[in-house]
Ligand binder design. Structure first.
Ligand code: GP9
Ligand code: MN
Length: 424
């Protein structure tokens, strides 16, 4: 009941990080373009295969003068994979420990980014060239308040250009343009690509880099589809520049989750040319790239620790919208008060000082087991992480946002949304 929400509100308001005046409102009134970098892991950035960059375009973006690049950023997904990433960053709530909140909690009450910004005059849309019912998107997007959903029905699904989960990235971005241009500005638009997805197979005629040579097929091919995704992204950026959208849009890009699972640690030793210990496999390799580009705002490489849970409060503050009245479990990455302990869904965590893997503690800098005298500090972090995950689960399982409506927020009425999709 409504009493259950009180403990949650007490926690989230005390956990809230004050906006940094240097950044608050820096993107006010701008469009928001979110690009979901399917299966892109951080180790790809600046990785060279046979002396060649795998993702030259992404690499160049880390040096763009208006681009902030976070190199200690982690995915926090579990079984819900892509859908967990979407769920976490749209709501600043954690995904569920088992299954996918998208499929299991699609009709809950949410206060998601599209609804919050919709009430500030934004039009919201998702572009994704797969059947709209995949991951129950066609239902949960209504609860999030997405105005438009362009699924496979909005694309020419030419059989020659299909990947396992839908249209290849290059035609996907290209064909998205007319629909993007139909949106009134300012808009909040998310693009979810599909080519760079396990098992990372693609037509060899279209590849522009040799596979890796570890002998593990999906690991070897991972580099080819990553290169293709990088090229598709560059083409989309070219369009954004030509159309002028580049100059009045904030661009956010995030890796959704690992592409190479722990079943491939042996091959990863060859890729990284080092021993893949549990610390490397379960912490280091869970880094994903995170980029923020705001026209006119100074960029640079940031070493702040953070995760997908922190994306929503960061975006809201850049847009000049206080996140304080909302129930959000992350904190603004640009705030002086940002919390650098990053929980994983299983209760493990990373931070600049201490990392917990399988409930064993490590020194984050050396990767070695933590000294005895720091164990108490580690246990405090661990308890804080458990508590956050437990409270977030209470919100999602109990549909508790029904009982907490911020003053300037109108609850979403799902019946107002219909995407006219052609669902098989
Ligand atoms: C499917 C795509 C892939 O539409 O988003 O989802 P994933 O398998 O990565 O969770
Ligand atoms: Mn995914």
């Amino acid at each position: 009941d409504s009493n259950d929400i009180t403990e949650v509100v007490n926690f989230t308001s005390s956990n809230h990080a004050m906006p940094n005046p240097e950044y608050f409102g820096k993107a006010e009134g701008m469009n928001v373009i979110l690009i979901h970098l399917e299966s892109i892991q951080e180790f790809l950035i600046d990785y060279e295969l046979n002396g060649e960059e795998v993702t030259p375009f992404l690499n160049s973006l880390t040096e763009d003068k208006n681009m902030m690049y976070f190199d200690n950023f982690f995915h926090q997904t579990a079984q819900g994979k892509t859908s967990d990433a979407e769920f976490i960053l749209s709501n600043s709530l954690y995904g569920l420990p088992q299954g996918s909140a998208f499929t299991m909690k699609g009709t809950n009450t949410y206060q998601a980014a599209p609804a919050i910004l919709g009430q500030e005059g934004y039009t919201s849309a998702v572009f994704h060239p797969n059947t709209g019912s995949f991951w129950n998107r066609n239902e949960i997007y209504k609860s999030f308040g997405y105005d438009r959903f362009f699924d496979a029905s909005s694309y020419e699904m030419d059989p020659e250009h299909l990947a396992d989960y839908g249209l290849m990235d290059k035609p996907f971005f290209e064909q998205s343009i007319p629909n993007l241009e139909s949106l009134p500005e300012p808009f909040y638009a998310k693009f979810i690509s599909v080519t760079h997805h396990y098992p990372f197979s693609m037509d060899q005629d279209e590849t522009t880099i040799e596979p890796h040579t570890t002998g593990d097929k999906s690991v070897d091919n991972y580099f080819q589809t990553a290169r293709y995704a990088d090229e598709a992204l560059e083409q989309f950026f070219d369009y954004l520049k030509e159309s002028g959208l580049y100059d009045n849009s904030m661009i956010i890009m995030y890796g959704d989750h690992y592409g190479i699972s722990q079943n491939h640690d042996v091959a990863m030793e060859k890729v990284l040319e080092k021993e893949v210990t549990p610390f490397v496999s379960k912490a280091e390799l869970q880094r994903v790239p995170f980029f923020i580009r705001v026209p006119g705002m100074e960029g640079g490489i940031r070493h702040t620790y953070g995760g997908q849970i922190d994306i929503l409060p960061t975006i809201l503050h850049l847009l000049g919208k206080e996140s304080k009245d909302y129930i959000q479990f992350g904190t603004d990455l640009l705030s002086e008060e940002h919390d650098e302990v990053v929980p994983f869904r299983n209760g493990d965590f990373v931070s600049p000082t201490i990392t917990a893997i399988d409930e064993k503690f490590y020194d984050s800098e050396t990767g070695l087991p933590l000294e005895e005298e720091r164990l108490n500090e580690a246990k405090r972090y661990h308890e804080a992480v458990q508590y956050k995950l437990e409270l977030s689960d209470r919100v999602v399982n109990g549909d508790l946002l029904r009982f907490h409506t911020p003053d300037d927020f109108e609850p979403v009425d799902r019946s107002e949304y219909d995407y006219n999709l052609d669902l098989e």
